[in-house]
Design a protein around this ligand. Sequence first.
Ligand SMILES: Nc1ncnc2c1ncn2[C@@H]1O[C@H](COP(=O)(O)OP(=O)(O)OP(=O)(O)O)[C@@H](O)[C@H]1O
Ligand SMILES: [Mg+2]
Length: 320
Amino acid sequence: MVCVSRFKHQIMLGQMMAIITLIGSLGTSVVNIAMANIQFQEAKIAFDRMYEFASAKPETESQNKSKKFRTDNSSTSLNQLRVENLNFRFPGKSLLLKNINFNVKKGEIITLFGEIGCGKSTLLSILQRFHSFESGKIKINNENWDNTSLYQWREKVTSVSQHVQLFNGTILENICLEENPDAEKVIQFCQEYGFHSFIMEFQQEYATIVNENSTNLSGGQRQLIALARALYSYPQLLLLDEATAAMGRRTEHFVIELLQRIKTDMTIIFVTHRPQLARYTDRIYVIEDKTVSAVGAHEKLIQINQFYKDAFLELVDNQA
Ligand SMILES: Nc1ncnc2c1ncn2[C@@H]1O[C@H](COP(=O)(O)OP(=O)(O)OP(=O)(O)O)[C@@H](O)[C@H]1O
Ligand SMILES: [Mg+2]
C-alpha cells in the first residue's frame, strides 16, 4: 500500500500522522543534543571558577608567618599614608594607573575624583592589599608598608565599597559582625555617631532582619548601615567608594557632617563623582589619563582648569 501511494505521489492520512509524530520526537532530541553542549560549557566555567577559588593561597597565613614582620609597627598609629609613583595593571592588560602620587595625613579627608573606569575603586583595592602593584611605593608614617603585616594593616583599614554587601541577619548583627552581639554597646555606638535615629525608623528597629539580598532595604539605607559597620571597627584609614551615592540629601548631609566630626581620629579617602561632596574635603586628586592630573582644594581646581570649572560648577549649580 505504502509503495503504491508513493508511486502515485500520494500520502495517506495515517502515514502523514506517523511522519509528523516522528519529526516531532526527533526534533526534541536534536534540540536536546544542541542544549547539552551549552550546559557542558556552563558547567566547565563553573568548575573553572570553583577551581580558581579553591586553589587560591590563604594570603594572611603565608604573609604573617614571614620573618620580615618581626619588626611589625602595628601598634603605631597611622599618621601619614604616602603613595609614590605607583603603577598598576591587571594581568595581561595595559597600564591602568600610571605614576600615581598622593598623600594623606591623619585628620584629613581627601577625594579621588575621576571619570568612570579610570581606576578609583582599583586604587582603593590596592590600598587594602587586594592587588599587588607593578612598581612604586606606599609608605606608612614614612616607612615602607611592607614593614606592616597584612593582618595588622587590615585591622587599621576599613572600607565601604561601591557595592554594599549586607548579610542575612539583623541590623544589629550587620553593624557589629559578631556572633553574640553586645546590643548595648552597638546602640551606644550608634547614638554617639548619630545612626540611632535612622535605625529607629525601621519597623523592628535594631532587630529588623535584612533579607538575603538586602531587598527590604533601600540603597541609601544599605550604605548607611555599611558606614556604621565600617566605623564600628574604629578604623585608622577609612576608604569610602561612592559611599553616599544612593543616599538622599538629608542622609548625605548627615554623613558629611559626621565625617568632619570624626576625621581628627583617622585618615579618610573618599571616592566620588560628585564635586559638591568633594568640596567638603581637604584636597581633591583628579585622576585622568591614568594618572593624577590635578591636585588642590575645590576652589583652586575651579580656578586652574576649564574642565574642572565646568564639571564642578555644573554640579554645584544643580545643587543650589
Ligand atoms: N578584576 C579585574 N580584572 C580586570 N580588569 C578589571 C578588574 N576590575 C576592574 N577592571 C577594569 O579596570 C578599570 C577600572 O575599574 P575601576 O572599577 O577601578 O574603575 P572606577 O574608576 O572605580 O569606575 P567607576 O567610577 O565606574 O566606579 C575598568 O576598565 C575595569 O573594567
Ligand atoms: Mg568604582
